[in-house]
Design a protein around this ligand. Structure first.
Ligand code: CA
Length: 239
């Protein structure tokens, strides 16, 4: 079955170009021109990837991403037009996997689309492999660090037996830390391993996610004891 892509772009000429080019690659493609229609189409189509413009009528791309992130695992490639939008995409949890700044070439877009779909495919395969592995050895499915527990089968984290609501990337980051306990991990290494080498963000992305994680799992996020900062280096998970 071909992979499916939803295009959300209100500029008719660009929407047509995107539609035509992605269709030509053999993907199942749908396109809409505003935020509300994006929600409807995404819920019906459950696309593998959403190409999402930010400035949109009805509801902007940030809001669309925020809502859809909670409902589905589709990769999101955001199209930004301004510097202040880029700051929000990179620095805040809008749930985008990657972004592209307008104007961009179709060749660039295709490369990003393929990279995202490849990552999504790998993630699915990894999860399938992990769940097979987990049923074989359930005793390894839960990683515990005192009152903190990661259930890797259910992708669920608890603190004192209370579920900690984590966003997918926060969970992946915590899992990565947990699997590398007591090791100094540089921001670049974390970025590469948790976000992927083709993620076009910078190490601020790591800092922001660490800050959110600390707020959720540290007793005092201003004086963290679990995820500690290594001066001039990166982070170390102490458990
Ligand atoms: Ca627009």
């Amino acid at each position: 079955m071909p992979e499916s892509i939803l295009i959300v772009e209100d500029e008719p000429a660009l929407q047509d170009t995107l539609f035509y080019n992605l269709k030509k690659e053999g993907y199942t493609v749908e396109s809409v021109g505003d935020g509300r229609a994006a929600l409807e189409s995404a819920r019906r189509l459950r696309p593998d990837l959403i190409v999402l413009d930010i400035m949109l009528p009805e509801m902007d791309g940030f809001e669309v991403a925020r809502i859809l992130r909670k409902e589905m695992t589709s990769a999101i490639l955001m199209l930004t037009a301004r510097d202040d939008e880029i700051d929000r995409v990179v620095g805040l949890e809008v749930g985008a996997d990657d972004y592209l700044t307008k104007p961009f070439s179709m060749r660039e877009l295709m490369a990003r689309v393929k990279a995202q779909l490849r990552r999504a495919r790998m993630l699915r395969e990894e999860q399938a492999a992990e769940s097979t592995h987990a049923t074989r050895s359930t005793q390894h499915a839960i990683l515990t660090f005192n009152d903190l527990a990661l259930n890797t089968t259910r992708r669920e984290v608890t603190l004192n037996n209370v579920v900690v609501p984590l966003k997918p990337k926060e969970y992946e980051l915590l899992l990565f830390f947990a699997e590398h306990k007591s090791q100094m991990l540089s921001r670049e290494f974390i970025l590469e391993r948790v976000w992927g080498w083709d993620f076009i963000g910078d190490s601020r992305t790591v800092d922001v996610h660490v800050r959110w994680l600390r707020q959720k799992i540290e007793k005092d996020s201003a004086n963290p004891t679990r995820i500690v900062t290594v001066r001039g280096g990166g982070y170390r998970f102490e458990g």
